[in-house]
Design a protein around this ligand. Structure first.
Ligand SMILES: [Zn+2]
Length: 428
């Protein structure tokens, strides 16, 4: 009980979960908590059990972590894909970042999580043994909740779509199917001190479609609307926020206390309170070497790594009820991230399967490279399973008469291999 109460006290300080930062200016920097209290208050109004749920989620998470340690084979930690929708609020051109800038921010996010960032090779060697990466990609959805094509970016002409003003959540797409990232409108860079905040995994939040990330479009990636110079690590604050979204706390949470961030291998640090200067804050603020290059520190001009312990915690978070549906195969089909999924050669084996003709009208032919117990599955654009059958021979013919004209996805797989793709049905 002591531990529980202690946890709850701690939770009070960290719940709903922000990085709310001012940008450096004139060589000086300040940090402001800006609207943390307002947002937290709003969340408690929505969900008075928020603190209890947070404790419950932590307990679930610890069980998942323990289970993975006991049964490593149950841990899927490769080729995770998360469908994303971005809501960009603007007034004419004001606040309207373009697709190039959006893609640039997404690229940074994906490179960082996968250890493909420029800074990866210059991490302080003291942390070589604990630096970790995830095999995860954030994919702009190409199918919307109604099953229609989308760019994954929704532009909202809305001069009132400001941070903490107006209910931006009313635009949310199903939180169990999409990670929602909101970019409130900025007029002439105001309010200039906000970078981002994120919501931790929460079933109550997902039930209400009130989770996701809020982000400043002037600090997302590089490009037309960004104030960041190309290469500025400040753009990796997105990685920090997605760390929160996957249940990571700041490395300096709880200061020098041993249990500070619920991760075993991150060295304790006073992080956010020490003087930060590019990559030179690897000091000894808690008597041990500080991992100032960690994404979850507040050293936003020097962001390079997660630790293995943080990766374990984020991987476990993917199995929480509010996250596990996002990266399911059905959902990747439903959100149009299947292309991304199939383009990854780890997921899509180089199996010489022939599926033809495409487009097809009456019959579809499947040639398999060898006899085995194959599953043939056909999905519609919403990701609903339309048909499933076992194939045990090398040749298979599928009758398409009952299928309307349109686009479908197929998956052919056995225990070792799979192959998938789009199928166009076009009756004469
Ligand atoms: Zn943060």
């Amino acid at each position: 009980m002591e531990v529980h109460n202690l946890y709850k006290m701690k939770a009070l300080n960290i719940v709903f979960f922000f990085t709310c930062l001012s940008i450096f200016s004139f060589g000086q920097h300040t940090k402001e908590q800006c609207s943390k209290e307002a947002i937290f208050q709003r969340h408690l109004e929505i969900d008075e059990n928020a603190l209890e749920e947070l404790a419950e989620t932590e307990s679930q998470l610890q069980k998942i972590i323990q289970n993975f340690r006991d049964n490593p084979e149950q841990k899927q930690n490769s080729n995770i894909v998360i469908p994303v929708v971005m809501h960009v609020f603007h007034d004419g051109d004001d606040g309207k970042m373009d697709m190039d800038q959006i893609q640039s921010g997404l690229k940074i996010l994906n490179e960082d999580f996968n250890g493909l960032n420029d800074g990866w090779n210059t991490i302080d060697p003291a942390f070589d043994n604990i630096k970790g990466t995830m095999d995860i990609n954030f994919c702009l959805a190409s199918i919307d909740p109604e099953g229609n094509p989308t760019t994954g970016v929704v532009y909202h002409q809305d001069p009132q779509g400001l941070l903490n003003e107006g209910n931006l959540f009313r635009h949310a797409w199903d939180n169990y199917k999409y990670l929602n990232i909101y970019f409130p409108k900025y007029t002439g860079g105001e309010p200039s001190d906000f970078t981002a905040y994120a919501y931790f995994p929460s079933t109550a939040g997902s039930d209400l479609n009130q989770g996701g990330v809020f982000y400043s479009s002037i600090r997302w990636g590089y490009g037309n609307h960004s104030i960041l110079e190309e290469g500025d690590d400040w753009a990796s604050v997105c990685t920090h926020e997605l760390g929160h979204w996957l249940n990571l706390y700041h490395t300096f949470q709880g200061g020098c206390s041993a249990a500070n961030d619920f991760v075993g291998d991150t060295p304790p640090t006073t992080g956010g309170t020490i003087e930060l200067s590019d990559c030179n804050n690897n000091d000894f603020s808690c008597g041990v070497h500080t991992n100032g290059e960690n994404y979850m520190d507040y050293n936003h001009r020097c962001k390079k790594m997660f630790t293995l312990g943080q990766v374990e915690r984020m991987t476990a978070a993917l199995f929480l009820p509010s996250r596990i549906t996002l990266w399911s195969e059905e959902n990747l089909l439903a959100t149009g991230c299947i292309d991304f999924y199939t383009s990854n050669d780890k997921m899509n084996s180089s199996l010489p399967v022939k599926v033809y003709p495409n487009p097809a009208s009456d019959q579809l032919f499947v040639d398999l490279p060898f006899e085995a117990s194959w599953d043939f599955e056909l999905f519609n654009l919403k990701g609903e399973l339309m048909f499933k059958e076992k194939i045990s021979s090398k040749k298979y013919t599928f009758d398409l008469h009952d299928y309307h004209n349109g686009l479908y996805y197929y998956i052919i797989r056995n225990e070792e291999y799979n192959s998938s793709g789009k199928l166009s049905v076009l009756h004469n």
